[in-house]
Design a protein around this ligand. Structure first.
Ligand SMILES: O=P(O)(O)OC[C@H]1O[C@H](OP(=O)(O)OP(=O)(O)O)[C@H](O)[C@@H]1O
Ligand SMILES: Nc1ncnc2[nH]cnc12
Length: 179
């Protein structure tokens, strides 16, 4: 494993049985609190953004905002928030989905994405892939192209990649870490 991967992994805390029994929660707050690790993560994701040819970064609420916003600034791209339903004030498009621990709906401002846009989606964790799959569908319905999806960590045992790959339709899924 590279030094950067070791650094990132060492700053992610496992919390058993959160938010419900049977879930091993991957807590990224120690990583965010460490400026060297947070900078290394931002740089690695910005490099993926530059390679992808993306014109915009979409971050998925809430932890995808924390990672996606500095990446957008670093890569010189606009940042578009995909929020949980009911939080955006303008005209929205929405998409329902299932989570490892529940179900939810996400929304985006319809006017934020156009047919000219190539979007890199950023989030912290790929678990079942439900959130990511819904975001891909949402971005396509908004008329934009999906340049790829980048996450800090993929939970391989939940097979989110298998669920997501048909929706990605050839666009890359890049995970800095896989556990
Ligand atoms: O692959 P999935 O099974 O869809 O799970 C992954 C999603 O779950 C978490 O977000 P959560 O909905 O818990 O929201 P939060 O970031 O607001 O805590 C995580 O940040 C991803 O967005
Ligand atoms: N196990 C997990 N840890 C952190 N975020 C998650 N989102 C879905 N499953 C998760």
């Amino acid at each position: 494993m590279t030094d950067i991967k070791e650094l990132l992994l060492s700053r992610i805390r496992d919390v058993a049985d959160y938010p419900e029994p049977g879930v091993m929660f991957k807590d990224i707050t120690p990583l965010l609190a460490d400026p060297a690790a947070f900078t290394a993560l931002t740089d690695a994701l910005a490099e993926i953004a530059e390679r992808s040819g993306a014109t915009k970064i979409v971050g998925l609420e809430a932890r995808g905002f924390i990672l996606g916003a500095p990446v957008a600034v670093r890569a010189g791209l606009g940042f578009i928030p995909v929020r949980k339903a009911g939080k955006l004030p303008g005209a929205t498009l929405g998409q329902a989905y299932d989570l490892e621990y529940g179900s939810a709906e996400i929304e985006v401002h319809a006017e934020d994405l156009t047919a000219e846009d190539r979007v890199l989606i950023i989030d912290d964790v790929l678990a079942t892939g439900g959130t990511a799959e819904a975001s891909v569908q949402l971005i396509r319905r908004a008329g934009a192209e999906v340049a790829g999806l980048a996450v800090l960590m993929e939970l391989g045992f939940l097979n989110g990649r298998d669920r997501l790959e048909p929706a990605l339709n050839g666009a890359p899924l890049e995970a800095l870490l896989t556990v």
